[in-house]
Design a protein around this ligand. Structure first.
Ligand code: MG
Ligand code: MG
Length: 259
């Protein structure tokens, strides 16, 4: 049995999810050639603390930073460093916050300056695969319906789905049951009920699906060195329509309407 959050608990989770959405929008203002990933991390941590919250990732299993910053072939869990972003890079920024004891978790992949048509297409398909998965986060469906929808969309673009890392339940802990894979069969897995809150987070590779763990023991990278993208929403399962608690609107206001 999966734990279903009450309506009141879902509203707490929404507050956390909206804060993490605003953190990513602050970072969206700064993603430019020449900016270091450690600088982005510092700004995110300050913004979270200024809003009365705590970074979820810092210290989680020993992770050293507030953001995961994963550039180009890095899939997830990249550690912020003095690496300076370059024109044409893509960078996944993943962030979690704890507000009032509840976690919010979201990720967005940004193009740095002008990126190649191939990279743009990878970003479009990865984001679209997330949206397809979200549509299935409705009571009565199963986890595998989400997984299958993500996989079908990503593979329809010729991309591959990372297998070793999956989405997850979220609440007072950052990672709760159930696992939410980005691949799988329709109608398989646990049944979804109103109040189950999950993070759906496709990690999609331009090349092959295989990944390697780097020597820092955190950074996961595409084994073939081709670009990888990652988007994530925190979503509450509801009766007729998924209740997406995070939003990309704040980010996209920055990206498409200027700072
Ligand atoms: Mg995340
Ligand atoms: Mg997550």
């Amino acid at each position: 049995m999966l734990y279903c959050k009450t309506d009141e608990e879902v509203e707490y989770l929404r507050e956390s999810a909206l804060l993490v959405s605003r953190v990513l929008a602050e970072i969206a203002k700064l993603v430019k050639p020449g900016v270091s990933t450690i600088y982005l991390d510092r700004i995110a941590e300050e913004f979270i603390c200024d809003n009365g919250a705590i970074p979820s990732f810092k210290g989680y299993n020993g992770f050293p930073a507030t953001l995961c910053t994963s550039v180009n072939a890095e899939v997830v869990h990249g550690i912020p460093s003095d690496y300076q972003l370059r024109e044409g890079d893509i960078i996944s920024i993943d962030c979690g916050v704890i507000l009032n004891g509840w976690h919010g978790d979201s990720a967005y992949t940004f193009g740095v300056g002008e990126v190649s048509e191939d990279s743009k297409r990878l970003l479009e398909y990865t984001k679209a695969s997330l949206e397809e998965g979200v549509k299935m986060a409705v009571a009565g469906n199963r986890i595998g319906d989400i997984s299958n929808a993500v996989q079908l969309k990503a593979e329809s673009g010729g991309f591959s789905v990372v297998r070793g890392l999956v989405g997850h339940g979220i609440g007072k802990k950052l990672h709760e049951r159930p696992d939410v894979p980005n691949f799988g069969k329709k109608g398989s897995g646990q049944k979804l009920k109103k109040g189950i809150v999950i993070c759906i987070e496709p990690m999609i590779n331009a090349g092959k699906k295989e990944t390697i763990l780097m020597r820092d023991e955190w950074t996961v990278k595409a084994a073939d060195g081709k670009p990888s993208a990652h988007y994530e929403y925190t979503v509450a399962v509801d009766k007729d329509k998924a209740n997406v608690l995070t939003t990309f609107e704040y980010i996209e206001e920055v990206l498409y309407k200027g700072n």
